[in-house]
Design a protein around this ligand. Structure first.
Ligand SMILES: Nc1ncnc2c1ncn2[C@@H]1O[C@H](COP(=O)(O)OP(=O)(O)O)[C@@H](O)[C@H]1O
Ligand SMILES: [Mg+2]
Length: 308
């Protein structure tokens, strides 16, 4: 027997503030009876061919969050949620009370003169947002608090895990506001890399279901995952953008072999049964979507193990 993941009704949770970073409006909410604070992210709803289509980022966030747990990737806890009739998810605040979350863009700006933020219009090459520079920017930071990694791992060792995870979940969206550090009140403990967050665009959430159905089967999926590029990192468009697997290979070549083996072991351990156990617990997920997700994850698992 299995239980569906619950959908939490957060309509009456007190609004703390509106989150302004990111494409869409999001709300920080206080969980009643606890000190927990969660970010509510509503699904994007579009009109496609005169029909209403919900992008179901809640599916991609929840399944990615559960896979991250399986792979021991430090990650925001995700729950399915509904707020005033809108479906979405809530993401548990990664920032301890009194600490400050500082997005990657702020670190990169402090590290490099003339750094152009990823969100600037026309910034196609993402100059400066390279794994080398991210490693430099993270030099003084530790791994996320309570991360399930050996205690000698540093922040970039964990970041290499995020890049590997992105290759597994087909997440092309690791731009400079989709990773962050957390900083304690002045003078106290050292800062740390924040757990991974924003997997809304992973696992093909931007595809309508008919398109997913058309891709099912080895050839379609193989071609689709191969088009997953790491375009949010520095690259030369004229020479073509590296794939997510190539980015993972580079990240894993920048850490020592124990760290590399640690992440590749986590990848090796994923089975299609694991993925199925997660997707079948998501209420309302169709056979097409769950099959698509399973095929994408398993194809990427093979690609990462072969290519990294
Ligand atoms: N779990 C979390 N804990 C702390 N901050 C978060 C968390 N999730 C998101 N944020 C912050 O909110 C911003 C917007 O959230 P994000 O999930 O990236 O939304 P979007 O999909 O709109 O980009 C992030 O860039 C980050 O600064
Ligand atoms: Mg984001």
């Amino acid at each position: 027997m299995f239980e569906f993941f619950p959908i939490h009704d957060v309509t009456d949770w007190k609004l703390i503030r509106v989150e302004t970073i990111g494409a869409d409006e999001k709300y920080w909410l206080a969980q009643p009876g606890s000190e927990n604070c969660w970010l509510f992210k509503a699904n994007n709803v579009h009109k496609v061919d005169g029909r209403t289509w919900s992008q179901r980022e809640d599916f991609s966030e929840k399944v990615s969050g559960e896979l991250a747990l399986k792979m021991e990737i430090p990650c925001a806890r995700i729950e399915l949620a509904e707020r005033g009739g809108e479906n979405g998810c809530v993401s548990l605040n990664l920032c301890p009370l009194g600490w400050e979350l500082q997005p990657g863009v702020v670190l990169m700006d402090g590290l490099l003169v003339d750094y152009v933020p990823g969100y600037e219009r026309g910034n196609r090459t993402r100059a400066g947002h390279s794994l080398e520079n991210i490693r430099r920017a993270l030099a003084d930071y530790g791994p996320p608090p309570n991360a399930a990694v050996p205690d000698w791992f540093d922040a970039f060792d964990v970041f290499a895990g995020y890049v590997t995870f992105d290759a597994i979940i087909a997440n092309r969206d690791r731009h400079d506001e989709n990773w962050a550090v957390i900083r304690p009140p002045s003078g106290e403990l050292p800062g740390a890399l924040a757990g991974s967050f924003d997997h809304a665009r992973a696992l093909g959430s931007t595809l309508v279901e008919e398109r997913m159905a058309g891709l099912l089967g080895a050839d379609g999926i193989a071609a689709w995952v191969e088009r997953g590029t790491a375009w949010r990192f520095e690259h030369d468009p004229a020479r073509g953008c590296p794939t997510l697997v190539e980015a993972a290979r580079l990240a894993l070549s920048m850490v020592n072999s124990e760290v590399r083996d640690h992440w590749l072991d986590r990848v090796r351990q994923i089975t299609s049964a694991d993925v199925g156990e997660i997707t079948r617990r998501v209420p309302g997920m169709s056979e097409v979507v769950s099959t698509f997700i399973e095929q994408v994850v398993m194809a990427n698992r093979r690609r990462v193990l072969d290519g990294c």
